[in-house]
Unconditional design. Structure first.
Ligand code: LLP
Length: 432
Protein backbone atom coordinates (compact mmCIF):
# COMPACT_ATOMS: atom_id res chain seq x y z
CA UNK A 1 0.00 0.00 0.00
CA UNK A 2 1.31 3.38 -1.03
CA UNK A 3 0.82 5.99 1.70
CA UNK A 4 3.44 8.36 0.34
CA UNK A 5 5.02 8.84 -3.09
CA UNK A 6 8.57 8.15 -1.88
CA UNK A 7 7.72 4.51 -1.13
CA UNK A 8 7.56 1.62 -3.61
CA UNK A 9 8.77 -1.89 -4.36
CA UNK A 10 11.47 -3.20 -6.72
CA UNK A 11 12.00 -6.26 -8.91
CA UNK A 12 13.35 -8.24 -5.93
CA UNK A 13 10.06 -7.64 -4.12
CA UNK A 14 11.82 -5.39 -1.61
CA UNK A 15 10.45 -2.17 -0.22
CA UNK A 16 12.04 0.96 -1.64
CA UNK A 17 12.32 4.36 -0.01
CA UNK A 18 13.43 7.51 -1.84
CA UNK A 19 14.57 5.17 -4.65
CA UNK A 20 16.73 3.00 -2.34
CA UNK A 21 16.33 -0.70 -1.61
CA UNK A 22 15.57 -0.70 2.14
CA UNK A 23 16.81 -4.27 2.61
CA UNK A 24 20.19 -3.26 1.18
CA UNK A 25 20.30 -0.22 3.48
CA UNK A 26 19.51 -2.43 6.50
CA UNK A 27 22.46 -4.66 5.52
CA UNK A 28 24.78 -1.72 4.96
CA UNK A 29 24.05 0.24 8.15
CA UNK A 30 22.57 -2.41 10.47
CA UNK A 31 19.31 -2.05 12.37
CA UNK A 32 17.48 -0.37 14.01
CA UNK A 33 17.98 2.35 11.44
CA UNK A 34 16.28 5.68 10.90
CA UNK A 35 16.10 6.76 7.27
CA UNK A 36 15.31 10.28 6.11
CA UNK A 37 14.48 11.39 2.58
CA UNK A 38 16.23 14.75 2.22
CA UNK A 39 14.46 15.71 -0.98
CA UNK A 40 11.09 15.16 0.67
CA UNK A 41 12.09 17.42 3.57
CA UNK A 42 13.17 20.16 1.16
CA UNK A 43 10.04 19.71 -0.96
CA UNK A 44 7.84 20.22 2.12
CA UNK A 45 9.76 23.29 3.27
CA UNK A 46 9.38 24.77 -0.23
CA UNK A 47 5.68 23.93 -0.35
CA UNK A 48 5.10 25.84 2.89
CA UNK A 49 7.26 28.76 1.84
CA UNK A 50 5.64 29.16 -1.55
CA UNK A 51 2.06 28.67 -0.37
CA UNK A 52 2.47 30.99 2.60
CA UNK A 53 3.95 33.81 0.53
CA UNK A 54 1.24 33.36 -2.09
CA UNK A 55 -1.71 33.26 0.29
CA UNK A 56 -0.57 35.30 3.30
CA UNK A 57 1.70 37.84 1.62
CA UNK A 58 5.42 38.40 1.16
CA UNK A 59 6.35 38.71 4.84
CA UNK A 60 4.97 35.21 5.59
CA UNK A 61 7.46 32.49 6.50
CA UNK A 62 7.48 28.89 7.71
CA UNK A 63 9.39 28.24 10.91
CA UNK A 64 10.52 24.62 11.15
CA UNK A 65 9.53 23.22 14.57
CA UNK A 66 12.80 21.48 15.17
CA UNK A 67 11.54 19.44 18.12
CA UNK A 68 10.11 17.09 15.47
CA UNK A 69 13.62 16.09 14.37
CA UNK A 70 16.54 17.93 15.87
CA UNK A 71 20.11 17.25 14.75
CA UNK A 72 22.69 19.42 13.01
CA UNK A 73 21.87 18.38 9.47
CA UNK A 74 18.23 19.47 9.89
CA UNK A 75 19.28 23.01 10.82
CA UNK A 76 21.63 23.12 7.83
CA UNK A 77 18.76 22.13 5.55
CA UNK A 78 16.54 24.81 7.12
CA UNK A 79 19.34 27.32 6.55
CA UNK A 80 19.78 26.28 2.92
CA UNK A 81 16.04 26.42 2.34
CA UNK A 82 16.05 29.87 3.92
CA UNK A 83 13.35 29.29 6.54
CA UNK A 84 13.08 30.06 10.24
CA UNK A 85 13.27 27.59 13.12
CA UNK A 86 11.42 27.02 16.37
CA UNK A 87 13.60 25.92 19.27
CA UNK A 88 12.47 24.91 22.75
CA UNK A 89 15.59 24.41 24.81
CA UNK A 90 19.21 25.37 25.19
CA UNK A 91 20.01 21.99 23.64
CA UNK A 92 18.14 22.80 20.43
CA UNK A 93 19.67 26.30 20.35
CA UNK A 94 23.13 24.83 20.83
CA UNK A 95 22.57 22.28 18.05
CA UNK A 96 21.37 25.03 15.69
CA UNK A 97 24.38 27.19 16.56
CA UNK A 98 26.75 24.26 15.99
CA UNK A 99 25.20 23.86 12.55
CA UNK A 100 25.90 27.54 11.88
CA UNK A 101 22.23 28.34 11.65
CA UNK A 102 21.70 32.08 12.09
CA UNK A 103 19.65 32.08 15.28
CA UNK A 104 18.53 35.65 14.79
CA UNK A 105 15.88 33.79 12.73
CA UNK A 106 14.92 31.47 15.59
CA UNK A 107 11.82 31.58 17.80
CA UNK A 108 12.43 30.39 21.33
CA UNK A 109 9.46 28.51 22.77
CA UNK A 110 8.69 26.67 25.96
CA UNK A 111 6.52 27.14 29.02
CA UNK A 112 9.34 27.22 31.53
CA UNK A 113 12.58 28.53 30.11
CA UNK A 114 15.26 28.35 32.78
CA UNK A 115 17.44 31.32 33.79
CA UNK A 116 20.40 29.67 32.03
CA UNK A 117 18.42 29.24 28.85
CA UNK A 118 17.19 32.83 28.88
CA UNK A 119 20.65 34.18 29.43
CA UNK A 120 22.27 31.89 26.80
CA UNK A 121 19.63 32.78 24.20
CA UNK A 122 20.01 36.53 24.72
CA UNK A 123 23.81 36.27 24.76
CA UNK A 124 23.68 34.54 21.38
CA UNK A 125 21.24 37.08 19.95
CA UNK A 126 18.29 34.79 19.45
CA UNK A 127 15.66 36.31 17.16
CA UNK A 128 12.48 36.14 19.19
CA UNK A 129 11.35 34.80 22.50
CA UNK A 130 7.82 33.47 22.55
CA UNK A 131 7.01 34.45 26.11
CA UNK A 132 4.71 32.01 27.83
CA UNK A 133 3.81 33.89 31.01
CA UNK A 134 4.19 37.17 32.84
CA UNK A 135 6.80 35.65 35.14
CA UNK A 136 8.87 34.71 32.12
CA UNK A 137 8.45 38.11 30.54
CA UNK A 138 9.86 39.66 33.72
CA UNK A 139 12.87 37.35 33.56
CA UNK A 140 13.51 38.08 29.87
CA UNK A 141 13.27 41.81 30.51
CA UNK A 142 15.62 41.63 33.50
CA UNK A 143 18.20 39.52 31.64
CA UNK A 144 18.04 41.72 28.52
CA UNK A 145 18.59 44.76 30.78
CA UNK A 146 21.54 43.02 32.48
CA UNK A 147 23.12 42.38 29.06
CA UNK A 148 22.30 45.90 27.89
CA UNK A 149 20.06 44.67 25.09
CA UNK A 150 16.49 44.89 23.88
CA UNK A 151 14.78 41.57 23.18
CA UNK A 152 12.15 40.91 20.51
CA UNK A 153 9.20 39.03 21.91
CA UNK A 154 5.95 37.39 20.80
CA UNK A 155 3.36 36.54 23.41
CA UNK A 156 1.92 33.05 23.55
CA UNK A 157 -1.82 33.43 23.67
CA UNK A 158 -4.29 30.62 24.30
CA UNK A 159 -7.18 31.12 21.90
CA UNK A 160 -9.56 28.61 23.53
CA UNK A 161 -9.86 26.15 20.66
CA UNK A 162 -10.58 22.51 21.34
CA UNK A 163 -8.92 20.46 18.59
CA UNK A 164 -10.03 16.96 17.80
CA UNK A 165 -6.67 15.42 18.42
CA UNK A 166 -5.08 13.34 21.13
CA UNK A 167 -5.45 15.16 24.48
CA UNK A 168 -1.72 14.88 25.12
CA UNK A 169 -0.89 16.92 22.01
CA UNK A 170 -3.74 19.49 22.19
CA UNK A 171 -2.66 22.88 23.49
CA UNK A 172 -5.18 25.47 22.38
CA UNK A 173 -7.85 25.21 25.09
CA UNK A 174 -8.00 27.40 28.18
CA UNK A 175 -6.90 24.57 30.46
CA UNK A 176 -3.37 24.30 29.11
CA UNK A 177 0.08 24.63 30.63
CA UNK A 178 0.96 26.80 27.65
CA UNK A 179 0.29 30.47 27.14
CA UNK A 180 -2.11 33.00 28.60
CA UNK A 181 -5.83 32.72 27.89
CA UNK A 182 -8.03 35.26 26.16
CA UNK A 183 -11.14 33.82 27.83
CA UNK A 184 -10.00 34.78 31.34
CA UNK A 185 -9.01 38.30 30.29
CA UNK A 186 -5.41 37.64 31.36
CA UNK A 187 -4.12 37.82 27.77
CA UNK A 188 -4.96 41.55 27.69
CA UNK A 189 -3.08 42.15 30.94
CA UNK A 190 -0.18 40.18 29.44
CA UNK A 191 0.01 42.56 26.46
CA UNK A 192 -0.34 45.60 28.71
CA UNK A 193 2.57 44.38 30.83
CA UNK A 194 4.73 43.56 27.79
CA UNK A 195 4.24 47.06 26.42
CA UNK A 196 5.49 48.49 29.70
CA UNK A 197 8.82 46.62 29.88
CA UNK A 198 11.82 48.78 28.96
CA UNK A 199 13.99 46.06 27.44
CA UNK A 200 11.29 44.24 25.51
CA UNK A 201 10.14 44.97 21.97
CA UNK A 202 6.75 43.42 21.45
CA UNK A 203 6.25 42.12 17.89
CA UNK A 204 2.93 40.34 18.19
CA UNK A 205 1.34 37.06 19.11
CA UNK A 206 1.73 33.35 18.87
CA UNK A 207 -0.79 30.57 19.24
CA UNK A 208 -0.48 26.84 18.67
CA UNK A 209 -3.65 24.81 18.97
CA UNK A 210 -2.37 21.27 18.76
CA UNK A 211 -0.69 18.67 16.64
CA UNK A 212 -1.88 16.12 14.06
CA UNK A 213 -4.80 18.39 13.09
CA UNK A 214 -6.40 17.67 9.72
CA UNK A 215 -8.96 20.44 9.30
CA UNK A 216 -8.07 23.91 8.03
CA UNK A 217 -11.13 25.01 10.03
CA UNK A 218 -9.10 24.85 13.26
CA UNK A 219 -6.56 27.31 11.85
CA UNK A 220 -9.35 29.49 10.46
CA UNK A 221 -10.85 29.63 13.97
CA UNK A 222 -7.41 30.58 15.30
CA UNK A 223 -7.10 33.44 12.79
CA UNK A 224 -10.60 34.62 13.62
CA UNK A 225 -10.03 34.62 17.38
CA UNK A 226 -6.50 36.02 17.25
CA UNK A 227 -7.45 38.87 14.91
CA UNK A 228 -10.41 39.79 17.13
CA UNK A 229 -8.00 39.74 20.05
CA UNK A 230 -5.50 41.92 18.20
CA UNK A 231 -8.24 44.40 17.30
CA UNK A 232 -9.36 44.59 20.93
CA UNK A 233 -5.75 45.16 22.04
CA UNK A 234 -5.51 47.96 19.51
CA UNK A 235 -8.68 49.51 20.89
CA UNK A 236 -7.43 49.27 24.48
CA UNK A 237 -3.75 50.14 24.07
CA UNK A 238 -3.37 51.57 20.56
CA UNK A 239 -0.91 48.73 19.81
CA UNK A 240 -1.15 46.68 16.62
CA UNK A 241 0.83 43.41 16.51
CA UNK A 242 3.10 43.09 13.50
CA UNK A 243 3.44 39.30 13.58
CA UNK A 244 0.86 36.57 14.02
CA UNK A 245 2.44 33.16 14.45
CA UNK A 246 -0.18 30.43 14.02
CA UNK A 247 1.99 27.60 15.34
CA UNK A 248 2.27 24.17 13.80
CA UNK A 249 0.00 21.20 13.73
CA UNK A 250 -0.96 20.11 10.22
CA UNK A 251 -1.72 16.39 10.30
CA UNK A 252 0.14 13.61 8.53
CA UNK A 253 -1.09 10.39 6.99
CA UNK A 254 0.33 7.49 8.99
CA UNK A 255 -2.18 4.90 7.78
CA UNK A 256 -4.27 4.66 4.63
CA UNK A 257 -7.51 5.50 6.48
CA UNK A 258 -6.21 8.98 7.35
CA UNK A 259 -6.59 11.89 4.93
CA UNK A 260 -3.70 13.15 2.82
CA UNK A 261 -3.83 16.81 3.78
CA UNK A 262 -3.28 19.28 0.95
CA UNK A 263 -0.98 21.84 2.60
CA UNK A 264 -1.22 24.48 -0.11
CA UNK A 265 -4.99 24.29 -0.26
CA UNK A 266 -5.37 24.50 3.51
CA UNK A 267 -3.09 27.56 3.57
CA UNK A 268 -5.15 29.10 0.77
CA UNK A 269 -8.35 28.65 2.82
CA UNK A 270 -6.75 30.21 5.90
CA UNK A 271 -5.33 33.05 3.78
CA UNK A 272 -8.73 33.94 2.34
CA UNK A 273 -10.27 34.19 5.80
CA UNK A 274 -7.34 36.27 7.05
CA UNK A 275 -7.68 38.80 4.23
CA UNK A 276 -11.43 39.12 4.76
CA UNK A 277 -11.05 39.36 8.53
CA UNK A 278 -8.46 42.14 8.32
CA UNK A 279 -10.71 44.08 5.95
CA UNK A 280 -13.70 43.63 8.28
CA UNK A 281 -11.71 44.80 11.30
CA UNK A 282 -9.89 47.53 9.41
CA UNK A 283 -6.57 46.11 10.57
CA UNK A 284 -3.27 45.77 8.72
CA UNK A 285 -2.57 42.20 7.62
CA UNK A 286 0.02 40.85 10.08
CA UNK A 287 3.10 38.94 8.97
CA UNK A 288 1.94 35.34 9.24
CA UNK A 289 4.27 32.65 10.51
CA UNK A 290 3.52 28.94 10.78
CA UNK A 291 5.57 26.35 12.63
CA UNK A 292 5.26 22.99 10.91
CA UNK A 293 7.24 20.15 12.43
CA UNK A 294 5.53 16.83 11.79
CA UNK A 295 4.26 17.73 8.33
CA UNK A 296 7.80 18.59 7.20
CA UNK A 297 9.57 15.47 8.37
CA UNK A 298 7.13 12.66 9.23
CA UNK A 299 6.74 11.05 5.82
CA UNK A 300 10.36 11.85 5.01
CA UNK A 301 11.22 9.18 7.58
CA UNK A 302 11.11 5.43 7.97
CA UNK A 303 12.59 3.03 10.54
CA UNK A 304 14.04 -0.36 9.66
CA UNK A 305 14.33 -3.22 12.12
CA UNK A 306 15.36 -6.85 12.04
CA UNK A 307 12.92 -9.50 13.17
CA UNK A 308 14.05 -11.69 16.04
CA UNK A 309 11.48 -13.83 17.77
CA UNK A 310 8.14 -14.66 16.18
CA UNK A 311 5.93 -15.99 18.95
CA UNK A 312 2.60 -17.64 18.21
CA UNK A 313 0.37 -18.01 21.24
CA UNK A 314 -1.90 -20.86 20.25
CA UNK A 315 -5.47 -19.77 19.53
CA UNK A 316 -4.69 -16.26 20.71
CA UNK A 317 -2.15 -13.92 19.20
CA UNK A 318 1.11 -13.64 17.28
CA UNK A 319 3.93 -11.45 18.53
CA UNK A 320 6.66 -10.31 16.16
CA UNK A 321 9.62 -8.89 18.08
CA UNK A 322 12.11 -6.52 16.49
CA UNK A 323 15.53 -5.27 17.58
CA UNK A 324 14.30 -1.78 18.61
CA UNK A 325 11.14 -0.66 20.34
CA UNK A 326 9.81 2.05 22.62
CA UNK A 327 13.33 3.40 23.12
CA UNK A 328 13.53 4.50 19.47
CA UNK A 329 9.79 5.00 18.98
CA UNK A 330 7.74 5.66 22.13
CA UNK A 331 4.72 7.00 20.22
CA UNK A 332 2.43 3.97 20.47
CA UNK A 333 3.16 3.67 24.18
CA UNK A 334 2.44 7.39 24.65
CA UNK A 335 -0.37 8.18 22.25
CA UNK A 336 -1.59 4.88 20.77
CA UNK A 337 -0.06 6.27 17.58
CA UNK A 338 -0.92 4.47 14.37
CA UNK A 339 1.71 3.28 11.88
CA UNK A 340 1.87 1.32 8.65
CA UNK A 341 4.20 -1.66 8.88
CA UNK A 342 5.72 -3.61 5.97
CA UNK A 343 7.89 -6.73 5.87
CA UNK A 344 10.48 -5.01 3.70
CA UNK A 345 11.99 -8.09 2.04
CA UNK A 346 8.50 -9.46 1.29
CA UNK A 347 6.90 -6.20 0.26
CA UNK A 348 4.99 -7.66 -2.70
CA UNK A 349 3.69 -10.76 -0.87
CA UNK A 350 0.14 -10.91 0.51
CA UNK A 351 -0.29 -9.28 3.90
CA UNK A 352 -2.12 -12.10 5.62
CA UNK A 353 -0.24 -12.51 8.86
CA UNK A 354 -2.04 -10.94 11.78
CA UNK A 355 0.27 -9.92 14.58
CA UNK A 356 1.39 -7.34 17.10
CA UNK A 357 4.78 -5.75 16.48
CA UNK A 358 6.72 -5.41 19.72
CA UNK A 359 10.12 -4.16 20.77
CA UNK A 360 12.83 -5.69 22.91
CA UNK A 361 12.41 -3.53 26.00
CA UNK A 362 11.60 -5.11 29.30
CA UNK A 363 7.95 -4.15 29.56
CA UNK A 364 4.66 -5.21 28.03
CA UNK A 365 3.78 -1.71 26.87
CA UNK A 366 6.74 -1.79 24.49
CA UNK A 367 4.58 -2.05 21.40
CA UNK A 368 5.18 -0.44 18.01
CA UNK A 369 1.83 -1.40 16.53
CA UNK A 370 -1.00 -3.66 17.63
CA UNK A 371 -3.04 -6.03 15.54
CA UNK A 372 -1.66 -5.43 12.06
CA UNK A 373 -1.55 -7.52 8.89
CA UNK A 374 1.83 -7.98 7.20
CA UNK A 375 3.55 -10.56 4.99
CA UNK A 376 4.52 -13.39 7.37
CA UNK A 377 7.90 -12.47 8.84
CA UNK A 378 10.63 -14.84 9.95
CA UNK A 379 13.75 -14.34 12.03
CA UNK A 380 16.21 -12.19 10.10
CA UNK A 381 13.61 -10.42 7.95
CA UNK A 382 13.63 -6.64 7.68
CA UNK A 383 10.58 -4.82 8.96
CA UNK A 384 9.89 -1.21 7.98
CA UNK A 385 7.76 1.13 10.07
CA UNK A 386 6.71 3.99 7.82
CA UNK A 387 6.29 7.70 8.51
CA UNK A 388 8.63 7.85 11.49
CA UNK A 389 10.47 11.05 10.56
CA UNK A 390 8.77 13.16 13.24
CA UNK A 391 9.08 12.68 16.99
CA UNK A 392 10.91 9.35 16.77
CA UNK A 393 14.63 10.14 16.78
CA UNK A 394 13.87 13.31 18.76
CA UNK A 395 11.96 11.36 21.43
CA UNK A 396 14.31 8.39 21.54
CA UNK A 397 15.80 7.36 24.86
CA UNK A 398 18.43 4.96 26.15
CA UNK A 399 15.87 2.97 28.10
CA UNK A 400 17.27 -0.45 28.97
CA UNK A 401 20.60 1.10 27.93
CA UNK A 402 19.80 0.64 24.28
CA UNK A 403 22.00 2.68 21.97
CA UNK A 404 20.18 5.20 19.77
CA UNK A 405 20.06 4.20 16.10
CA UNK A 406 21.78 6.30 13.45
CA UNK A 407 19.97 8.64 11.09
CA UNK A 408 20.87 7.98 7.47
CA UNK A 409 19.88 10.59 4.92
CA UNK A 410 18.97 9.71 1.36
CA UNK A 411 19.32 12.34 -1.33
CA UNK A 412 19.56 12.11 -5.11
CA UNK A 413 20.79 8.54 -5.08
CA UNK A 414 23.35 9.19 -2.32
CA UNK A 415 23.11 7.89 1.23
CA UNK A 416 25.03 9.42 4.09
CA UNK A 417 25.09 9.31 7.88
CA UNK A 418 23.58 12.44 9.49
CA UNK A 419 23.69 11.06 13.04
CA UNK A 420 26.02 8.23 13.98
CA UNK A 421 24.85 5.10 15.77
CA UNK A 422 25.55 5.34 19.48
CA UNK A 423 28.21 3.00 20.73
CA UNK A 424 28.48 1.14 24.02
CA UNK A 425 31.08 3.73 25.00
CA UNK A 426 28.48 6.49 24.37
CA UNK A 427 26.10 4.68 26.69
CA UNK A 428 28.47 4.92 29.67
CA UNK A 429 30.04 8.26 28.70
CA UNK A 430 28.62 10.22 31.64
CA UNK A 431 28.74 7.47 34.24
CA UNK A 432 31.29 8.13 36.97
N1 LLP B 1 4.85 25.05 17.49
C1 LLP B 1 4.70 24.77 18.80
C2 LLP B 1 4.67 25.88 19.76
C3 LLP B 1 4.58 23.45 19.22
O1 LLP B 1 4.42 23.19 20.51
C4 LLP B 1 4.65 22.41 18.28
C5 LLP B 1 4.55 21.00 18.69
C6 LLP B 1 4.83 22.73 16.93
C7 LLP B 1 4.92 24.08 16.58
C8 LLP B 1 4.91 21.70 15.85
O2 LLP B 1 3.75 20.96 15.74
P1 LLP B 1 3.62 19.90 14.54
O3 LLP B 1 3.59 20.65 13.24
O4 LLP B 1 4.79 18.99 14.62
O5 LLP B 1 2.34 19.19 14.82
N2 LLP B 1 5.47 14.40 20.54
C9 LLP B 1 4.14 14.52 19.95
C10 LLP B 1 3.90 15.86 19.33
C11 LLP B 1 4.08 16.98 20.30
C12 LLP B 1 3.97 18.31 19.63
C13 LLP B 1 4.56 19.37 20.49
N3 LLP B 1 4.51 20.66 19.92
C14 LLP B 1 3.95 13.39 18.93
O6 LLP B 1 4.84 12.56 18.79
O7 LLP B 1 2.89 13.30 18.30
Amino acid sequence: MQICNNIGTNEKGNLTFAGFDTVELAKKYGTPLYLMDENKIREKMRTYKKAMKKHFGDGAMPIYASKAASFKRMYRIAKEEDIGIDVVSIGEIYTALSAEYDISRAFFHGNNKTPDEISFAIENNIGYFVADSLTELESINAEAARQGKRQKVLLRITPGIDTHTNKKIATGNVDSKFGVAIATGQAYEFVGAALGFKNIDLYGYHCHVGSQVFDAETFIDAVDIMMDFSAEVKRRYGYEGEILNLGGGFGVRYVASQPDLDIENSIREVGEVLTQKCTDLNMKKPKILMEPGRSIVADAGMTLYTVGTVKQITNFKNYVAIDGGMADNPRFALYDAEYTVVTANKATLPKHYRCTLVGKCCESGDIIQEDIHIAKPEKGDTVAVLTTGAYNYSMASNYNRLAKPPVVMLADGKDYVAVKRETLEDIIRNDV
